[in-house]
Design a protein around this ligand. Structure first.
Ligand code: NAD
Length: 348
């Protein structure tokens, strides 16, 4: 474990197996310096246990950075259930997972992630109180997408101010990839401000709804990188910024809600060298975790969420300014700040 390439001095990596339900899960706690570790649970049919471990290690480290950059009293953790979300789910499996979380005595809070739904989480919650992102309950925070989209919209304005000298988006052309929950709400904000939108999604009905609502133009999913736009906003999948797509982008800004946008770490310098200002994804999309943090606090407060969102956007501005001043990739600067915040909390 200590020699694993994705091991980054994680505080704890916990393996759980429950023969009766078939549960095989890993809960990785990267850091609890800033507070109890929080991060979602992913269910995925990994080819090997090593792949499940790598995902848990990397995702939990990412949550430490995301929570630190959102100035939340939360550390970073993540869990993975090794299984097929279509065929391997059962109430017994999620109950066993709930008992696994309970055994950590509040050191880790979970929520839904890829392959896991709020109803699965309700089963987890029957065994432990260390669950967020629920639909019901005293502090339930519900769908975080509108908050995430609101943060991404403000983050795009913050980038535009640096890249174009004005945060005003009226008349700006923006290519939006993925118009599901986050992308859809984002388009509403952007259209309201008078931006010209080019949108794509693999779900054509969703595209039609967004185009009717916002006056956006429909683009084929394969052509979205080639749009002659000012800003590219990824709100669908990860790894969309790679060697092949970077050469096609004509934009000056990449800023969107999707997680893990860079296909490889070297893409952050590649973006900078291409003259593109990149909003680190785990900073600009922190609205969702802020919403979850409000639920974890036990008392959901909309004004607390909005205050934290203000601070998040300020932090994004600081990252961009520091990166521009020092001619460094924005992702590198964000990670440096996150690590400093975690180290300072460790020192007390
Ligand atoms: P969603 O499933 O509602 O929307 C994603 C959309 O992307 C769907 O409409 C889907 O059809 C589309 N899509 C999938 N593949 C595509 C492709 N190749 N080209 C174009 N469109 C494609 O999910 P969401 O909640 O809106 O999340 C979007 C992204 O934002 C994800 O990466 C997610 O991890 C990230 N994120 C979401 C939140 C949140 O609050 N929901 C918070 C932080 C990060």
């Amino acid at each position: 474990m200590f020699d694993h390439p994705s091991y980054d001095h994680h505080e704890g990596v916990h393996f759980f197996e429950d023969a009766a339900s078939g549960l095989k899960a890993i809960i990785a706690i990267h850091s609890s310096a800033l507070g109890p570790a929080a991060g979602g649970c992913r269910m995925w049919p990994y080819a090997t246990g090593e792949q499940a471990l790598r995902d848990a290690l990397r995702l939990s480290q990412g949550m430490s950075f995301k929570n630190a950059m959102a100035s939340l009293p939360l550390g970073g953790g993540k869990s993975v259930i090794w299984g097929n979300a279509k065929t391997d789910k059962s109430p017994a499996l999620f109950e066993a997972f709930g008992r696994a979380i309970e055994s950590l005595n509040g050191r880790y809070y979970t929520a839904e992630d890829v392959g896991v739904t709020t109803s699965d989480m309700a089963l987890v919650a029957s065994q432990t109180k260390y669950v967020a992102g629920l639909d019901t309950g005293a502090a339930a925070s519900g769908d975080p997408s509108p908050i995430t989209a609101g943060g991404v919209y403000r983050g795009i304005k913050t980038c535009a101010e640096r890249a174009f000298g004005s945060a005003d988006l009226s008349g700006r052309t923006i290519a939006v990839q993925g118009v599901g929950s986050v992308g859809g709400y984002l388009c509403d904000h952007l259209a309201q401000e008078g931006a010209r939108l080019f949108v794509c999604d693999i779900d054509q009905e969703t595209v039609t709804r967004v185009c009717e609502r916002t006056g956006a133009s429909r683009v084929n999913t394969d052509d979205i990188y080639d749009v002659d736009a000012d800003i590219f906003s990824p709100n669908a999948l990860g790894a969309v910024i790679n060697k092949a797509t970077l050469g096609r982008l004509k934009v000056k800004v990449v800023a969107g809600g999707a997680n893990n946008q860079l296909a490889s770490p070297d893409m952050d310098s590649a973006l900078r060298e291409a003259g593109i200002l990149y909003a680190p994804d785990y900073v600009i999309n922190g609205g969702g975790i802020i919403n979850v943090a409000a639920e974890i606090s036990g008392e959901y407060s909309r004004s607390w969420v909005m205050d934290k969102l203000d601070v998040l956007i300020e932090t994004l501005g600081e990252v961009l300014d520091e990166a521009l001043k020092a001619s460094l990739p924005t992702n590198l600067v964000a990670e440096r700040i996150a690590r400093q915040r975690i180290a300072a909390a460790k020192r007390g």
